[in-house]
Design a binder for this molecule. Sequence first.
Ligand SMILES: [Zn+2]
Ligand SMILES: [Zn+2]
Length: 149
Amino acid sequence: MAYSGKCACSNITFTFEHDPMMHFMCHCTDCQVMFNGSFEGYAISKEELTVQGDLSTFSYSGGSGMSLHVNFCVKCSTKIYTQPDILQGMIYVPAGLLRDQIEFKPKVEIWAGSRPSWTSRPESLVESYAENGTIERISSLLENLDQRG
Ligand SMILES: [Zn+2]
Ligand SMILES: [Zn+2]
């Protein structure tokens, strides 16, 4: 089973092969600014992602103190994936890009302390961290929650 998506203007297309390792939400204040709300998306291995088209990158320092690199279409600004330095080899892909192929069911939320007050906790959640969780916990979650078939 392969997945594919594209940006709003179709300048960027991408594919990856396997089911995402994790469905998660990030409610941090950076995501509130960059995504106009919480980030909702998938963790996948960077090696699996194939992208065609011209991406631009914006890097910033996240709540963990380590950098994240947001890759977006230079033409229409759709964000395709975020690469976090804290999890080497992993990337985060917004759920909306795959809305017609994967039903988003978040298992994990991070920075729950800044979840917008008008949203409710999804019933699918199994782990909720007030902050970002430690790298160890996130890594073990990735192993335990591996949702690939
Ligand atoms: Zn585009
Ligand atoms: Zn965030």
